[in-house]
Design a protein. Structure first.
Length: 120
């Protein structure tokens, strides 16, 4: 399959998306003042992700797709979780949310039943 050539427009769009997403990350995590919905943010993120998948040369170390998130705000301490934290992984419909949470619910039920039987 022939590789699709990168256009200036695609490079500019990737740069625009990186800046816009980074701005939204800052507003959400640092200022606690988001201006877009989670669905709108996810759409921007998936747009950048798609461009980077089509053109790996667009991936930069500071791209939002290459890091987990910003450092925590001052005042938060590290927390160790007893079990794996399950992600919704950008669930965008009620069905995908239900599928994502069903595993967490089952795991939580197993943990609760173990702790209640060990307490008896």
């Amino acid at each position: 399959m022939a590789e699709k050539k990168l256009t200036r427009g695609e490079a500019a769009e990737a740069e625009r998306l990186r800046k816009e997403i980074n701005n939204h990350i800052y507003r959400y995590y640092v200022l606690d003042s988001p201006v877009v919905s989670d669905a709108e943010y996810d759409e921007l993120y998936r747009g950048l992700q798609g461009l980077e998948e089509q053109h790996p040369e667009l991936i930069t170390p500071d791209s939002p797709t290459q890091r987990v998130g910003p450092p925590p705000a001052a005042g938060f301490s590290e927390v160790r979780h007893r079990g794996r934290m399950m992600s919704l992984d950008n669930a965008i419909s009620a069905r995908s949310w239900k599928l994502s949470t069903s595993g967490s619910t089952r795991a939580w039920g197993r943990r609760r039943s173990r702790s209640s039987t060990s307490a008896s």
